[in-house]
Design a protein around this ligand. Structure first.
Ligand code: UDP
Ligand code: MG
Length: 208
């Protein structure tokens, strides 16, 4: 199989980052394919960078990009995609809300010839208010843009090199990742993935 890149934005994730590496490594090693991690630290103020630097020194498959200040998740993800060299890119948050155990199924799906596989969650494990706001957001977005938005998309998604190159042509400074993804995919599919609670730490995103 072709080389895989895990593209991962991190912001103050000192409590989860090692567990994320442990769990994903266990899964990736079983696949027996070349892989790399591309972590982009979005201006963490905790020990995240220190921890990742130490890991990167031990394992050459771990790449680390460090922002000098917090630019927002969308920028961190974009930078990670820009530095990735793989044929298949896996985008996950490090908080383990999406389960690394689903990586093999996601890869099997993308190998069927899709450019993008959306992980879909059965049920969002967020607060009621968060769920309602997010529902309303996707509903309005669909209405106004005419984009076909799969229901219940998780953070977890896999896409191919061609898709990544297309994504990198977008230069908006105020970027909305899902919108760009929806508009550039020519052949996407969805796959139901498991959801867990955040392994540790708190959500970094606020209501607005
Ligand atoms: N994140 C980031 N920059 C930010 C805020 C968050 O890179 O300014 C990262 C964070 O480390 C996490 C991901 O984006 O990996 C999503 O954040 P979080 O898990 O807090 O959001 P939620 O899952 O609650 O929507
Ligand atoms: Mg999260």
């Amino acid at each position: 199989m072709k080389k895989i890149s895990l593209v991962v934005p991190v912001y103050n994730e000192e409590e989860v980052i090692l567990q994320f590496l442990r769990e994903t490594k266990a899964v990736l090693q079983k696949l027996r394919v070349p892989y790399e991690y591309v972590f982009v630290d979005d201006g963490s103020a905790d020990r995240t960078v220190e921890i990742l630097k130490a890991q990167a020194q031990k394992d050459r498959r771990i790449k680390l990009v460090v922002f000098s200040y917090n630019q927002g998740k969308a920028h961190a993800v974009s930078a990670a995609i820009a530095h990735a060299k793989g044929e298949y890119l896996i985008y996950m948050d490090p908080d383990l809300q999406d389960s690394p155990a689903d990586i093999p199924r996601m890869l099997t799906e993308i190998e069927k010839g899709y450019d993008l596989v959306w992980g879909i969650r059965k049920e969002k494990r967020d607060s009621f208010l968060n769920r309602q706001t997010s529902k309303l957001f996707w509903l309005l977005l669909g209405k106004f843009t005419g984009l076909k938005i799969p229901k219940g998309i998780a953070v977890f998604r896999v896409f191919n090199r061609e898709f990544a190159n297309e994504f990198l042509k977008y230069r908006e400074s105020n970027r909305f990742i899902e919108g760009i993804f929806l508009s550039i995919s020519k052949k996407s599919t969805t796959l139901q993935v498991g959801q867990r609670d955040r392994f540790a730490g708190k959500t970094k995103l606020n209501l607005s």
